[in-house]
Design a protein around this ligand. Structure first.
Ligand code: NDP
Length: 473
């Protein structure tokens, strides 16, 4: 079966618990060695197996994910506080589709025949890297994990996954689901524990050939420095600070819906959260009024309640970090819109939405990834200024633009220094479409055919068609 490594004697108290699931087990160095050995043994046979058999197993995993939607969704909600209306529906469906997309790539791992000298044949062949170490954060536990597992398995690799200490449960159920769907033993290994211990050991392990990581920019930079030193392949999906450009000619109601979803979905704990609306000055007040009225209608509360759209944030520590941003020196002197106060549940780490007005684009709060339910509104008076503001951050994950002018939209998309651009839409995703950042937002991409290539090595094979002649005569 797919290995699930737990050491019950090492159970630790988890810091995030907003409900009763507060203990989990951690993996040791020895567990990592067992997982690496299991992965090493399973990987070669997996790669040499029939591509259609591999695809069939990946599709079966997708089916099983849908069958276990409630369990997977409930675990993610209990772990992370992300509302069940999202975890058990959209997240699970996306997870299943990611497996289905990559199942469809197993027979497209094509190489090439390169036209070289007529007396020779040159084949370019793709091969799996071997063992992929995946390290995921707590904001979208299931989909973050599957975005790494599915392309790695489809390309003939084995996976060792370390989910965030704060949200490990859906990954464990996923390993069981994969086993039930017929994934051979050793191909998916889940190791629990902290980043500083088991995470770092995975990154440094000599038999793990690639690291794929999603999380904060500082941790990504640290991991990148280790993989650089060890000359390992790496994909880094890091922080963002999405500029949400709104021109006066846009459909303001739809744009307001998009902004509220983009910035406040998952209590703002999204790397592409549209937390930095850049609004044409003539409509700024009108737009802020529309956002405020929508926020007032949104249910914030128990994430297990189907009506809830914004739940608690991940942990007391994270709530304190957000509150320190919202009430700290980076917001001193800023104008804050008074939203009607509302009662929030006692249990759980809730943060009320905040809207800061007339914020300078260079203000710390408009530059740092707060990862909480807040926006900073900045106004502009020309297209040039809007584009300059959108790009004026060290991050480069996503840019959103709302306008009815095709030319304007295309200009923004061409000049945006970000890996994703959304035009008159928000957070559109598809497993076939690459996802990754520019600048400090990351290295490489996930999803799409591009992710397939990033999980493989390239081998150039030369054959002499005639009798070889030495160039030395
Ligand atoms: P981290 O980047 O520190 O954690 C992400 C993952 O990396 C977790 O599994 C973590 O383990 C692991 N990790 C941490 N340190 C190491 C290490 N040295 N070697 C290997 N793995 C490691 O994010 P945090 O959870 O600390 O969140 C802090 C901030 O990061 C947030 O406030 C937010 O701004 C940003 N963030 C961005 C995300 C994104 O999607 N871009 C996602 C999550 C956070 P563990 O947590 O178990 O210790």
């Amino acid at each position: 079966m797919a290995a699930i490594l737990l050491r019950h004697d090492d159970a630790v108290h988890r810091p995030n618990c907003w409900r009763s699931l507060d203990r989990c087990t951690v993996a040791s160095t020895q567990d990592l060695e067992i997982a690496v050995e299991a992965a090493r043994r399973a990987q070669q046979a997996w790669w040499l197996s029939d591509d259609q058999d591999r695809a069939r197993i990946l599709r079966r995993i997708a089916d099983e994910i849908r069958l276990h939607a409630n369990a997977l969704g409930t675990l993610d909600t209990l772990d992370s506080g992300r509302p069940i209306r999202d975890t058990a529906t959209r997240d699970v469906e996306r997870a299943a589709r990611i497996f289905e997309f990559f199942a469809g790539t197993t027979d497209r791992l094509r190489g090439a025949v390169v036209p070289v000298q007529p007396s020779r044949t040159n084949l370019v062949e793709y091969e799996p890297i071997g063992i992929v170490g995946a390290i995921t954060p707590w904001n979208y536990p299931l989909t973050n994990a599957i975005g790494k597992i599915a392309p790695a398995l489809a390309t003939g690799n084995a996976v060792i996954l370390k989910p965030a200490e704060a949200s490990p449960l859906s990954a464990l159920l996923l390993a069981w689901i994969a086993h039930k769907a017929g994934l051979p033993a050793g191909l998916l290994n889940v190791l629990n524990g902290s980043g500083a211990t088991i995470g770092e050991m995975i990154v440094r392990h000599p038999d793990i050939g690639k690291i794929t990581f999603t999380g904060s920019t500082p941790t990504g930079r640290h991991i990148g420095s280790i993989t650089g030193d060890l000359l390992k392949s790496v994909t880094l999906e890091l922080g963002g600070k999405t500029g949400f450009i709104l021109f006066a000619d846009a459909d303001l109601d739809r744009a307001a819906d998009a902004l509220v979803f983009s910035a406040f979905n998952n209590a703002g704990q999204t790397c592409t959260a549209g937390s930095r609306p850049l609004v044409e000055a003539s409509i700024a007040k009108d737009f802020v009024d529309r956002i405020a009225s929508r926020l007032n209608d949104i249910v914030i509360g128990d994430p297990l309640d189907l009506e809830t759209r914004i739940g608690p944030v991940i942990s007391a520590r994270h709530r304190n970090m957000i509150l320190a941003h919202l009430a700290g020196p980076s917001t001193t002197g800023l104008k804050r819109l008074e939203l009607p106060s509302r009662s929030l549940p006692e249990a759980g780490f809730y943060v009320s939405p905040s809207i800061f007005l007339d914020v300078s684009p260079t203000a710390a709060i408009a530059q740092e990834e707060v990862f909480g339910p807040m926006i900073t509104v900045t106004s502009f008076t020309s297209d040039d200024e809007a584009i300059e503001m959108a790009n004026a951050t060290r991050h480069g994950l996503a840019t959103t633009v709302w306008t009815s002018s095709f030319q304007r939209a295309r200009r923004v998309s061409r000049e945006a220094r970000s890996g994703l651009v959304w035009i008159n839409t928000a957070h559109s995703l598809h497993p076939g479409s690459p996802y990754g950042g520019y600048k400090q937002s990351g290295v490489g991409v996930e999803m799409g055919q591009e992710a397939v290539q990033q999980h493989m090595k390239i081998k150039s094979v030369w054959m002499e068609d005639n009798v070889w002649q030495s160039p030395w005569g």
